[in-house]
Design a protein. Structure first.
Length: 311
């Protein structure tokens, strides 16, 4: 019987998948829209399920997959954890080492997903149908609502092995999706060799050129946050945010493209999430600018609500 990592709230019986959910497994392969997502020089392919398949995958996620718990090391796609909680584990350390897993979702095949679903001890035909429901081309699609949780569950052995090695040698370890982070006072060279070996043993591959060793006298960045002394936004991000707010104040909200306004709100929500006290004044300034102004379509802008960033 496979090892279980089950949450305390897992019920003794699970709701049986509706026939309509199981039946979608037969046509799931052809229910995706595939398109590129470009971020600067990076391009990744999104495989978005249609509404019917997405609803079925959401049922499986809510009713089954959330009953299995990722490890404590996992911070991506886990309720109550975030890029900030991930970075906070590595504040004030002599060394911070980061590495990326190459093609994280696509590298997880149907056989590994079947091992996770087998933990629910259902008939083999049910498990096989559910594997088809959550895979495309026999691997994990990047865009299905089930993929993040399944990836975290498949990566449990990887997390536990890396966590065990790190703890025995005085290092801390966390993972945010495909980003691995280690921090401690020891020499990084033995760590680098162990990480490469364990990652390979667990069926993953490190992305070439994406491993970074950062001593304390340099800027240490973890999931986009600076962690030398505390969790903080990088200075370029803070400068950009304040320049954007200054532009709004001098030009007026009605003179700014609504899409740019959304960008400002997104940047400020992140800033407030990272350091609410430090960016409270900026949040209030933006809320004052937005309150009572009208968009080009004649509808009022919604006031900025910093609390949204904490959800």
């Amino acid at each position: 019987m496979p090892t279980k990592y089950v949450s305390d709230f897992m019920p003794t019986t699970l709701p049986y998948p509706p026939a309509a959910v199981l039946a979608l497994g037969d046509s799931a392969e052809h229910r995706y829209r595939v398109y590129p997502l470009v971020n600067g020089s990076k391009r990744r392919w999104i495989e978005a399920p249609d509404q019917e398949l997405k609803a079925a995958q959401r049922w499986l996620l809510d009713q089954w997959l959330y009953q299995l718990a990722p490890t404590d090391a996992a911070h991506g796609f886990v309720p109550g954890r975030s890029i900030v909680s991930n970075a906070a584990r590595h504040v004030g350390c002599a060394w911070v080492v980061t590495a990326d897993l190459r093609n994280f979702f696509p590298s997880i095949g149907a056989s590994r997903i079947a091992q996770v679903l087998a933990e629910f001890e259902q008939p083999a035909d049910v498990t096989a149908a559910l594997v088809r429901l959550v895979t495309r081309r026999r691997r994990l699609p990047q865009g299905a609502p089930t993929s993040p949780q399944l990836a975290n569950l498949v990566a449990r052995r990887l997390d536990l092995r890396l966590l065990g090695w790190a703890r025995r040698r005085g290092w801390s370890y966390t993972r945010y999706a495909d980003d691995l982070t280690f921090s401690g006072a020891g020499k990084p060279r033995p760590l680098l060799g162990a990480v490469e070996r364990i990652v390979r043993d667990e069926g993953f591959t490190l992305a070439p050129g994406k491993t970074h060793v950062m001593p304390h006298h340099q800027r240490q960045v973890v999931t986009g946050m600076v962690v030398n002394e505390r969790v903080a936004l990088p200075k370029p991000h803070r400068r950009l945010l304040r320049a954007m707010l200054h532009r709004l104040e001098t030009m007026g909200v009605d003179k700014v493209d609504p899409r740019q306004l959304q960008v400002v709100q997104g940047h400020l929500a992140l800033a407030y999430f990272v350091d609410p006290t430090r960016f409270e004044a900026e949040c209030r300034a933006l809320a004052t600018l937005l309150r009572g102004t009208s968009s080009p379509s004649g509808t009022a802008h919604a006031p900025f609500a910093p609390a949204v960033a904490n959800t």
